[in-house]
Write a protein that binds this ligand. Sequence first.
Ligand code: FEO
Ligand code: CA
Ligand code: CA
Ligand code: CA
Length: 668
Amino acid sequence: MDRLQDEYGNRGEAMEASDDVPTNPLTQPTIGDVIAERLGRRDVMKGALAAGVLASVGGAAGLFGAKSAEAATSRYVFDEVAHGVDETHHVAPGYDADVLIRWGDPVLPGAPTFDPNNQSEASQLAQFGYNNDFLGVVPLSADRAILCVNHEYTNEELMFPGLGRQDKKDFADMTAEHVAIEMAAHGGTVVEIARSGGKWAVDPNGARNRRVTAKTPMTITGPAAGDARMKTSADPSGTKVFGTFNNCAGGITPWGTYLMAEENFHGYFWGGAGKDASKAAVAAHPHAKSLKRYGVPGGRYNWGQHDSRFDITKEPNESFRFGWIVEVDIMDPSSAPKKRTALGRCKHEGAATIINGDGRAVAYSGDDQRFDYVYKFVSKGTYDPANRAANMDLLDDGTLSVARFDANGGMEWLPLVHGHGPLTAANGFHSQADVVIDARLAADLLGATPLDRPEDVEANPKTNKVYVMLTNNAKRKPDQVDGVNSRADNIWGQILEITPTGGDHGSSTGTWDLVVQCGDPANAETGAVWNSATSKNGWFANPDNCAVDPEGRLWITTDQGSGWAKASGTADGVWALETEGALRGTGKMFFRVPVGAEMCGPWFTNDMETLFVAVQHVGADGTKDYKPFGRDSTFDDPATRWPDFKGGMPPRPSVMQITKQGGGKIAM
Ligand code: FEO
Ligand code: CA
Ligand code: CA
Ligand code: CA
């Protein structure tokens, strides 16, 4: 609730940290404890790390798996990009990386030409929004598709002339018009794209084009719909809500809908000006325990000053209507998106859906906060590939569960079902609505394992293994880890692999392993573990998004934020990461973003000829540590003017398409 946390280099980090509010009470062993315990029994690992020798440890099926990289052939055919940082992007030799759509580009017919000095709400509503994070592509034919892009948050210091960072100065210069533009720049974009001569272009007249914003009318479905806590003065039914925001990652379902994950929603709620007012507002709230567990109100934006629904003293229930997975029927641009409450309420990083062998839809989702959990939803009904309409409400009925990881390498999914175990009225859970609205509190009671900020979770349909990006956890204390794998103050993150029992995503059990422990393998103090085949450019820090390509190969994108200089010294990017065989744990750098940006997406077309990536908040993060610039970046004085490099034009978050020169499949 202290809005003035200058230690955070950007708004997103500040919201993700939120450690000044009590969150997970940490009654369970952390994944670090569990990893440490496993590694502690592996003498080979202990010796290897103690000697500063890297990788090539463990058995072929064991932790950090590969035995020897020699004589193995990389599954990824390309020449690496080098670590580094500068004002522009870099892609592997022999590839083109072209901007497909930028902040301010037209999405709807009649959108005005982008003029950052005269931006308005009306213009922004018809234009591509800010900070593109998740992207997904739904094919309509071989050369026509629908592109779906989340707009996670806004950086007023880079969007508006003369403002600078407002969360550091009580939003003194933010007008109602600024706030209206921010709301219009949030949400998502659905836009048709067409390919000609091997390159894609946006069709601003596409019949399915739409903008989703912080004001778009939506429907609340599933167990929380109509619950007393979902009712507000504007919606006595508890079933209708305006908008979505802080949509970080997301997903495309097998039935062709677009899932938008509501992540740091708490940051948009307000309890009055100043820390004391916020504390008093929480204390007076009938559900103070819930608010505290979710960090509401975060006070990172001042929307509550201009719109009372974001002020918890005026609309005490509005915040319960955020923190959900939103499903958008992209084939009908007039459809009301649906908040699928059966998937639980948390700071959802994303939602990746896979069809299980028995036909049920399974959605995995990380709750991106230090010491929070990974969730899984298994639908009751089954997917019908021949009947799209029959699949449209699969996400309304099913079983939500949360993961517990055990020291012996096993793991269990614990059902979040009202009346089951401790989830009873005696513990404050009176209905399934209570369970999903307070999914974090329910998961605490079940003994889920607190993780190091779980971000994207993706299943590999070829192996049925599931990959969890654990991005970092600088808050882990030494007494929360022990043994060989000393990863207290874990600023680098690691990648967790879950193998469901019998390859069944509906199973309540599985095993787990780590693919890599991130950071610089040449610096033994990091405790990094990579396959020894990894080059000096192949390692990375802070895995955030990931994709499994149609060949079943894993790709990782990173988000180091303002900590990039300390975590790696390179800008964020895209890395290939081997998961199978002797090269398991080998990284390889494919693409690099400009200074201050984060790498999001990534998404491959089914023909493997295009990789789409999202360059988010370019010129924003950690620019003080970028030596040629060395100061905070603003609209008037940005660290880079990528991608336009035109005087007066600020940096613009952009979606890019990467293609092989002369055509062909990526990295093959
Ligand atoms: Fe928006 Fe979890 O990063
Ligand atoms: Ca993220
Ligand atoms: Ca992500
Ligand atoms: Ca991120």
